[in-house]
Design a protein around this ligand. Structure first.
Ligand code: C2E
Ligand code: CA
Ligand code: CA
Length: 597
């Protein structure tokens, strides 16, 4: 009786079953747990009356062990699907055999503790922990990715800065870095009452070597010269390459007249020593001009001009003194003033032409655009390369009219191809600094589009990094307005005029054209490949397309394709072509693509 009272009042489920699994006793908690009102409702019933078949079979098998083998089941934890109530319950179950006076098993006694709340709490905790762990892992991944991206960007910045200040071929400081160092030396010299000496060095007849032995030999010669001159200098001196075969030395501290003469002689001798290039002994002489601060000029530009003029005088003298035999008449095109004078008439005389160089999508192989490149067919000089006259046209202000001609001509051509039934391709037009900064440019572009009928989306304006970086805020405004008109925009010669990557990347442009100097180094310098790969992935993260310029070999193409570069332009696919040849190429390509489709 006491036992019965006890069993009725404890909150755990207590029950007894006979050898066939029928309830012979149950307390109130057990009845409630099984979903019935009274313990009496359980008596004589089995688990099969309450549980789904699968669950009841499982419990019966468990109980068989207790009933047949006499083995108790102790503290067994299990999850019960109480479909009866639609709720999940966890129970801690103990079932022990019920024996008669002779020790034979006649049934079992079971006690179930409801551990649901503890289990739910534990489960909630576990899931919260898992979520927290997942969030922490995701955060760690994000931080690692950001760190890697930042490190990559920093590497790219450092490399771009190095490139912007150094000459690609020799690795020497370029004009920009030279002027910086020169001005600094002048500042120090002014403060300390010292002098600065500048040497301007130009190789004699370098053009001849380049023309007869080829550019590769010419390049090797320039590298050789750079190395030799450098060996003649002190650590504090700067040797720079201005471009072509012109080098400049800055000697920052006062150097006595005799020492200077000795140094000049040493440099001349070092340069003149024969070099073995492509199996041939090649030797060149150089002409040197000298300027000293403060006597010959008070600033870097004046000193440089002075030394240049001195060098030129020395060269003329050397020619005269060598019996006149090696006097080469410089072609008139060498003379900037002559070019300037002739440029004014070139438009009127209809001497300009456009050529078009195709751009190819790396994945589809289709021509997706062409770049318009100006040519000057001079009646006496022949073809004058754009790099020879564009800077002069910029200086003398003629570029505005020339640029307008190019824009109009290119848009007219693009529209003519469309009217002839060709699938439209983008027409790339180069903008010079002057044009870009001219407030009338926007109106001009709109006018040309209206006049020619070319839809804005097929015009792409190319502007170089250095131009856009002159006034980044103004550039963003101007570019934004072009973009609003639907015109495409590209940063040209990317990687040559670097000043600030972050602001450059905030420009609203569609594509960057990776400069040729990267591409031609692709095969030869490992760090260049890594750099190009970084740039491509960085641009892609910014949703910018990358066009590789100056692709000349299948190897370069393969490397670029493996980096995911989007498009390419270069001799490997096609040189710049005149309008007819380009039209034929477009037509043939488009017919081929249609047939393949
Ligand atoms: P850019 O805008 O970088 O044009 C690409 C130059 O690379 C072109 O030289 C083209 O002929 C050359 N090129 C293309 N593929 C290869 C290649 O595989 N290998 C090599 N070695 N060169 C390749 P181009 O026509 O002599 O033009 C030189 C520069 O003159 C142009 O460089 C551009 O800055 C300027 N330019 C040309 N046309 C115009 C123009 O209409 N307006 C302005 N403002 N500048 C122009
Ligand atoms: Ca260009
Ligand atoms: Ca370019």
């Amino acid at each position: 009786m006491l036992l019965q009272l006890l069993a009725e009042n404890v909150p755990h489920r207590i029950y007894a079953k006979d050898i066939c699994g029928r309830f012979i006793f149950a307390n109130q908690a057990a009845a409630q747990g099984m979903g019935v009102r009274e313990p009496a409702d359980l008596i004589g019933k089995t688990d099969f009356d309450f549980y789904p078949l699968e669950a009841a079979t499982k419990y019966a098998a468990e109980e068989q062990k207790v009933l047949v083998d006499g083995q108790p089941l102790l503290d067994h934890e299990e999850q019960v699907d109480y479909l009866l109530f639609g709720q999940q319950t966890w129970l801690m179950t103990t079932k022990v055999p019920l024996r008669d006076t002779e020790g034979c098993v006649v049934g079992l006694v079971g006690i179930n503790y409801d551990i649901t709340s503890g289990k739910l709490a534990e489960k909630a905790l576990r899931s919260a922990n898992q979520q927290a762990e997942a969030a922490a892992a995701e955060l760690a991944r994000m931080v690692a990715r950001l760190r890697a991206e930042m490190a990559e960007r920093q590497r790219v910045e450092v490399e771009l800065r190095r490139r912007a200040l150094h000459d690609d071929l020799t690795g020497l400081p370029n004009r920009c870095l030279l002027m910086d160092r020169l001005e600094l030396s002048i500042k120090h010299a002014r403060r300390d009452g010292q002098s600065v000496t500048l040497l301007f060095l130009d190789l004699d007849r370098f053009k001849h070597i380049n023309d007869t032995l080829g550019h590769a030999v010419g390049d090797e010669l320039l590298k050789g010269v750079a190395e030799r001159v450098e060996k003649c200098l002190r650590q504090s001196d700067t040797l720079a390459r201005l471009g072509g075969d012109e080098f400049v030395v800055v000697l920052p501290n006062t150097i006595a007249g005799d020492d200077l003469a000795v140094l000049i002689q040493r440099i001349s001798r070092a340069v003149a020593e024969p070099l073995l290039l492509a199996g041939e002994l090649v030797s060149v002489n150089c002409s040197l001009g000298c300027a000293t601060f403060p006597q010959d000029g008070a600033d870097g530009t004046t000193l440089l001009q002075f030394a240049d003029a001195e060098m030129y005088r020395a060269k003329q003298q050397a020619r005269r003194s060598s019996n006149g035999l090696s006097v080469v008449r410089e072609p008139a095109t060498e003379d900037s003033q002559e070019i300037e004078a002739q440029l004014c008439h070139a438009l009127r005389r209809n001497e300009f032409r456009l050529q078009f160089q195709p751009q190819v999508d790396m994945r589809s192989g289709e021509i997706v655009g062409v770049e318009a490149l100006i040519r000057w067919q001079h009646p006496q000089w022949g073809l004058v390369p754009p790099l020879r006259f564009i800077p002069i046209a910029e200086r003398c202000g003629e570029i505005g009219r020339i640029g307008e001609w190019v824009l109009r001509e290119a848009c007219t051509q693009a529209m003519a191809w469309q009217r002839a039934g060709l699938t439209p391709v983008r027409m790339g037009v180069n903008l010079s600094a002057q044009q870009f900064l001219d407030t009338r440019l926007e109106a001009l572009v709109a006018q040309v589009l209206a006049d020619t009928g070319l839809p804005a989306e097929w015009l792409e304006l190319e502007l170089t990094e250095s131009v856009s970086m002159r006034d980044p805020e103004a550039s963003i405004r101007i570019l934004g307005r072009f973009r609003a008109m639907g015109i495409k925009l590209a940063i040209d010669d990317f990687g040559t005029g670097y000043s600030n990557l972050a602001s450059l990347l905030s420009f609203p442009v569609d594509r960057v054209k990776l400069d040729r100097s990267f591409i031609c180094e692709l095969g030869s310098k490992d760090n260049c490949a890594a750099m190009v790969e970084s740039v491509v992935s960085m641009m892609h993260r910014l949703q910018l397309e990358v066009v590789a310029e100056g692709v000349e070999t299948a190897e370069q193409l393969a490397v670029l394709a493996s980096f995911g570069c989007d498009a390419m332009q270069g001799y490997w696919f096609a040189r710049p072509l005149d309008a007819n040849a380009c039209e034929a190429m477009l037509a043939a390509h488009q017919a081929g693509s249609k047939a393949a489709a």
